[in-house]
Design a protein around this ligand. Structure first.
Ligand code: B12
Ligand code: SF4
Ligand code: SF4
Length: 376
């Protein structure tokens, strides 16, 4: 005998989920939006989304016999992640890698449900890196409403929600959509530093700082570097400006009540941007393992640190950036040149690097920096 809906909810709360709702296992009308988004190329280089398109649209291809989704969410709202001396990390990535601890909670719930009579192996669980349109499932189950920023927002919690789900063969009574809407607000569209929210509900990932600082390999397009501002990893601007953030419950729980997984990692509390710029392979392997920041790769993190140092305009960073002009990684060299160009285009280090540089892309970056012009 499978557990009742009430028992199931209790178990989910017990396993650490703030919100639990039941809904359809397929994305419904959201599927068409997803397809259009792919056709417009808005996924950029995230090929895995395209490769998984069939399973995303039809969850039974992933889990035959699936009938319902148990939509789950954890409120991770809290203070911003700010490195000493500057540089920001999006809140979802400041603590222990959320993929790990959320997955642990999902698997714990699955084990508890199996102990309560749900057949073994009949549920697929996951978070983020799964062939599921998680916002669609969450919105359809009523975890929150789909907002103009494309975030799922629970009115009483705000947008800082990590989503997860268990797809199951159980027939669960659907909860239906949540109340709430953006109304006439457009604060996130107005505040997005890169114009990535191209229309209400539509994000072009190629312009989103969360894409350029995390998923993108190689150079960051020149026109998106200055708008990156202080962001070393990810971006929270569209969440920070949202009126639902100001009213969220978690704001009253900041500090001791935050679970240990959400406490800032020592990289966030002790590293500087110059430390990140100088990150070597050994420290990347030892210190970044277990953080979500690792996703950006060592090259990407150092590239991002150079951009933020350039945006901060602090001449104190020039020696570290000059060292980076001799780095084996051309992406780091190119972005260091860009950063020096922002701080002091007449710096001798740029002339010296120009004389020895044999990579055409980096040479073009140095030339643009020397000319005080935007990079190519
Ligand atoms: C790829 C991806 C990204 C990409 C693309 C983002 C995007 N908007 O698609 C990038 C790297 C840019 C990204 C950024 C972020 N992400 Co992300 N991302 C994903 C991932 C892996 C897949 C998303 C996807 O398939 N997108 C496809 C497009 C079509 O979906 P969408 O833009 O969200 O659009 C939805 C609606 O707006 C609607 N829609 C689309 N077009 C239109 C048009 C109209 C007219 C209408 C009415 C509706 C509509 O359909 C979609 C489905 O509901 C999911 C995890 C998962 N497996 O689902 C996490 C996920 C969406 N990301 C998440 C988070 C936290 C973020 C960031 C906040 C991280 C950060 N701080 O840096 C930012 C937020 C940026 C933003 N405003 O969306 C959370 C969102 C939680 C929530 N409360 O909504 C998820 C669910 C991960 C998780 N498990 O918690 N992400
Ligand atoms: S995460 Fe930042 S760059 Fe991306 S849509 Fe939101 S405000 Fe724009
Ligand atoms: S800032 Fe305004 S428009 Fe954007 S998600 Fe929040 S309520 Fe909606």
């Amino acid at each position: 005998m499978p557990p009742s809906a009430a028992t199931l909810r209790d178990l989910a709360h017990d396993c650490g989920f703030d919100l639990v709702r039941f809904g359809p296992a397929d994305p419904g009308e959201h599927g068409a939006h997803f397809l259009r988004w792919l056709e417009l190329g808005r996924h950029g280089g995230m090929q895995y989304l395209e490769h998984n398109r069939e399973r995303v649209l039809e969850p039974t291809r992933w889990r035959p016999g699936v009938r319902s989704a148990i939509a789950l969410a954890v409120d991770y709202g809290g203070p911003p992640g700010e490195l000493p001396g500057g540089g920001r990390v999006a809140r979802y990535a400041t603590g222990r890698d959320y993929h790990r601890w959320l997955r642990e909670r999902v698997y714990r719930l699955r084990t508890r449900l199996e102990a309560e009579g749900v057949p073994h192996g009949s549920m697929n669980g996951g978070t983020d890196a799964v062939p599921v349109l998680e916002r669609a499932l969450a919105a359809r189950a009523g975890i929150g409403f789909l907002a103009k920023s494309a975030m799922v927002i629970a009115p009483e919690h705000g947008p800082y929600l990590q989503l997860a789900e268990l797809l199951t063969g159980l027939d669960l009574p659907p909860d239906g959509p949540a109340r709430g809407s953006c109304g006439s607000c457009t604060a996130c569209l107005d505040a997005c530093p890169t114009g990535a929210i191209v229309a209400p509900f539509e994000v072009d990932a190629r312009r989103c700082l969360s894409y350029t600082t995390i998923e993108l390999r190689g150079p960051i397009p020149a026109e998106l570097r200055q708008p990156q501002g202080e962001w070393l990893f990810g971006c929270d601007v569209c969440l920070e400006v949202c009126p639902f953030t100001r009213h969220s419950q978690r704001r009253t729980l900041v500090g001791a009540a935050r679970p240990k997984e959400l406490q800032p990692h020592r990289i966030v509390t002790t590293w500087t941007l110059v430390d990140v710029l100088a990150l070597d392979e050994a420290r990347y392997q030892t210190e970044f393992t277990g953080t979500a920041m690792r996703r950006a790769t060592r090259s990407g993190l150092r590239r991002n640190a150079a951009v933020v140092l350039g945006n901060r305009g602090d001449p104190g960073a020039l020696p570290a950036l000059a060292n980076a002009l001799a780095d084996p990684d051309p992406v780091v060299r190119g972005h260091a040149a860009w950063a020096i160009g922002r701080i002091d285009p007449r710096a001798n280090a740029l002339q010296a690097a120009r004389a020895r540089e044999d990579d055409a892309t980096v040479r073009a970056e140095i030339d643009a920096a020397l000319a005080g012009a935007p990079a190519p």
